[in-house]
Design a protein around this ligand. Structure first.
Ligand code: NAD
Ligand code: MG
Length: 388
């Protein structure tokens, strides 16, 4: 029997982290957990560390160090705390690091995994949006494979002819359209965070659920795809497909279009990444095409969903624009979830910040962090002026 594959999960208490552990815990002969990390949820982290037999558990918030040590006392599981300790965990020798932290907070650990030469399963799209060129350059230098976990990118990865990319003419990301696909702007104006997090097809963390409602998620994914698959912006397209059965498509020069289909369950792309280049069994629902019966498609509406337009122009401009877009969006989404601003204000604030801040393109990671920080401050200033 082959040795078990060693897995580290960054952001293990989150939605993607839990789905990853669900698959691993069903197949303990083939997968072994090395390290698990979380930001604040000590109880949740301690529980999953015990359940999965992890070697190391790391909590991001350094003030929770002793609480975690107490929670795992006598278990034989090592503990550590702080942002640097998360990077150290990412750099430990493993077969796969699942990067499932939410937001630009995941950049340092994703980079640490790459620089250590670890194969990376990338769910944390914000790190690619903000630091895409630097991350891909680091991966190329170290010969690191980045396996996309995001369902659309995983679909494209599966349909993409990696040996002959010149045969590809475009990639087409599918979008469910989110919970407000058919709503007018007027109807969207007063939606509550509770309503906006209710996605019709997918169950996900709060931030990405809001991004799915504004369609900023698809905008971030467009930028993510552009970096991952190294295609010109014009060849990266979006189509709304409400059933979320086709997870994305690749169009070839001869007119052939390849698609990946499946039930909308993140465990399918996660399983693909865990087992790659092999396949593994999953308990996921099988696709019943007769029951699906029909597949619908429509053009995305960038008037009702301006986040799409902002993301496309940030992608086209490149440089610092995607990092600014992402940072402003993270701040605005947090403010919306906290009841400080309205739903339509999210994209408006991102537009304001993009319009008022134009730094040079980042050439190193510290530049990215500085741009990210400045864009967040600008977003906060904008929100103060809205609230005033
Ligand atoms: P989540 O909010 O459910 O979980 C986030 C995880 O990150 C938690 O473990 C949390 O402890 C950790 N974390 C948060 N802030 C941190 C910080 N500052 N430092 C260290 N750790 C921190 O998020 P999620 O829905 O699992 O999404 C994770 C990532 O995967 C996001 O980038 C998201 O866009 C992407 N993604 C998620 C899904 C999905 O179905 N949930 C699908 C595709 C892509
Ligand atoms: Mg996605």
């Amino acid at each position: 029997m082959a040795a078990a594959k060693r897995i580290t999960i960054l952001g293990a208490t989150g939605s993607v982290g839990q789905s990853t552990l669900d698959l691993i815990n069903r197949d303990r002969d083939d997968y072994e957990v090395i390290a698990l990390t979380a930001n604040e949820d000590v109880g949740g982290l301690a529980r999953i560390a015990r359940e999965s037999g992890a070697k190391l558990a790391v909590i991001g918030n350094p003030s929770l160090a002793s609480e975690l040590a107490e929670a795992l006392a006598g278990s034989g599981i090592e503990t550590a705390a702080g942002a640097d300790a998360i990077c150290d965990a990412a750099a430990m020798d493993t077969d796969l690091v699942m990067a499932a932290i939410v937001g630009a907070a995941g950049i340092p650990s994703a980079m640490a995994a790459i620089e250590a030469g670890n194969t990376i399963g990338l769910a944390n799209k914000e790190s690619l949006v903000s630091a895409g060129s630097l991350m891909l350059e680091a991966a190329r230098k170290r010969g690191v494979t980045i396996l996309p976990v995001d369902s659309e990118h995983n679909a494209i990865f599966q349909c993409f002819d990696h040996d002959r990319p010149e045969g590809i003419s475009s990639i087409i990301l599918t979008a469910s359209g989110g919970p407000f696909r058919q709503w007018s702007r007027e109807e969207m104006r007063n939606v509550t965070p509770e309503r906006a997090v209710q996605h019709p097809n997918w169950s996900m963390g709060a931030k990405i659920s809001i991004d799915s409602a504004t369609l900023m998620n698809k905008g971030l994914e467009l930028i993510e795809a552009r970096y991952l698959f190294d295609l010109p912006p014009d060849d990266c397209r979006i189509i709304v497909h409400p059933q979320s059965v086709i997870h994305s498509l690749v169009e070839y020069r001869d007119g052939s279009v390849l698609a990946q289909l499946g039930a909308p369950d993140m465990r399918v792309p996660i399983a693909h990444v865990l087992a790659w280049p092999q396949r593994m069994d999953t308990p996921c629902e099988r696709l019943d095409l007769a029951q699906v019966a029909r597949l619908d498609f429509e053009e995305p509406d960038t008037e009702r969903f301006p986040a799409l337009k902002l993301a496309r122009s940030a992608m086209e401009a490149g440089g610092a624009r995607p990092a600014i877009l992402n940072a402003a969006n993270e701040e605005a989404v947090a403010a919306f979830l906290g009841g400080r601003i309205g739903f339509l204000d999210i994209a408006a604030i991102v537009a304001d910040v993009l319009g008022s801040y134009a730094p040079d393109a980042p050439i190193c990671l510290d530049d990215v962090f500085a741009i990210d920080k400045a864009a967040r401050i600008k977003a906060q200033e904008q929100m103060d002026s809205y609230a005033a």
